[in-house]
Design a protein around this ligand. Structure first.
Ligand code: DAH
Length: 330
């Protein structure tokens, strides 16, 4: 009986130590601990049979059982420490940084020439105290024409034929519509700039596009005069093109009176670069401003035109072709 139990205990120790030494994960090690030393483990099961032993046998077997238990516990601790260390080692190896590895190539993006012009223009005017506003590209007839002193039968509408939507709305022909929307929301003094996309029913060729970009300028205050308009336009064009001769040529727009077109001398030729004028009193009235108190000036110019002049681009269509060979030049 005695020797039988003793043999069983020693066999258990041997088997257990072998299994523990072979355990390759912490989970497996925990399974073994429960299996051998846990409450319902194998060692406990053997010891429960000690109850039938004689008084002299019991201490002897008890002592052997204790050694077996301690020995298994030591093996478990040793194996746990080894597994933890190798886990850390593996993590360290997996996370090493190889500073000699070649980098990942990241192509450098560029600003599209049209955005480049818009950014520069906004910077210049923001420097003069202007804020930037936006309006919808799908407009009502009221904001695009009527409130800008251009009633339905007005001949100026011919030059700005656009795309009409089934519900009677239209795609805006100019950013001037933002003038009205802005003035309706704000009170003078106003210094605002409105960049955006505009639409015309034009046939596409080297200088025309059915979609293009404009930047609109509006200043409303007490006592603004044509001199303020001239000074502002001159400062802007100089910042944009350099110190070149400019001239104001009398023109006509329904929403300004007097109106002018601005020409810039570029490579020995007069180039028309923008329209402008003093805001027509009818426009001020349409937003509820008193034209006896307030005056103002407005201007509008095409972004494509500026880009084509500044970058010597010969065909407007290049600006929309998304041809990287072209775009990489900017
Ligand atoms: N809206 C005009 C156009 O599209 C440009 C323009 C001219 C805007 C005179 C203005 C202005 O604000 O005062 O041709």
């Amino acid at each position: 009986m005695t020797s039988n139990l003793e043999t069983q205990l020693l066999a258990l120790q041997q088997e257990g130590e072998k299994a523990i030494a072979a355990a390759d994960t912490l989970e497996r090690l925990e399974e073994l601990r429960v299996n051998y030393l846990g409450k319902k483990g194998q060692l406990g099961a053997l010891l429960r049979s000690m109850g039938q032993m004689s008084a002299e046998e019991r201490p002897k077997i008890g002592a052997i059982a204790n050694t077996v238990k301690e020995s298994l516990q030591t093996s478990l601790d040793k194996q746990r420490a080894a597994l933890e260390a190798s886990q850390i080692q593996a993590q360290l190896e997996a996370e090493t940084l190889d500073v000699t590895m070649p980098g990942i190539f990241c192509p450098q993006g560029r600003i599209h020439p049209l955005n480049g012009i818009i950014d520069r223009a906004l910077d210049i005017f923001v420097g003069m105290g202007y804020t930037v506003a936006q309006g919808p590209e799908m407009e009502t007839d009221y904001y695009n024409f009527e409130a800008l002193n251009t009633p339905p039968d007005h001949p100026a509408r011919d030059m700005q034929d656009t795309f009409y939507l089934p519900d009677g709305n239209l795609l805006r022909t100019h950013t001037s519509s933002v003038q009205i929307r802005y003035m309706e929301k704000e009170e003078p003094p106003i210094r605002v700039l409105a960049p955006g996309r505009v639409y015309r029913r034009d046939n596409v060729d080297a200088t025309h596009s059915a979609v293009f970009h404009q930047i609109e300028l509006l200043a409303i205050d007490e006592g603004l005069t044509f001199t303020d308009l001239k000074g502002t336009v001159k400062m802007f064009l100089q910042a944009m093109f350099g110190d070149l001769p400019i001239r104001f040529r009398a023109s006509y727009f329904p929403f300004t009176e007097p109106s002018a077109e601005v020409d810039l001398q570029w490579n020995g030729r007069w180039l028309e670069v923008m329209g402008c004028g003093m805001v027509d009193p009818n426009v001020l009235k349409s937003v509820g401003y008193d034209p006896e108190i307030y005056t103002g000036f407005a201007a509008g110019f095409g972004v494509e035109r500026f880009a084509m002049v500044l970058h010597q681009i010969d065909d407007i269509r290049r600006l929309y072709a998304s041809d990287l060979r072209f775009l990489r030049q900017f």
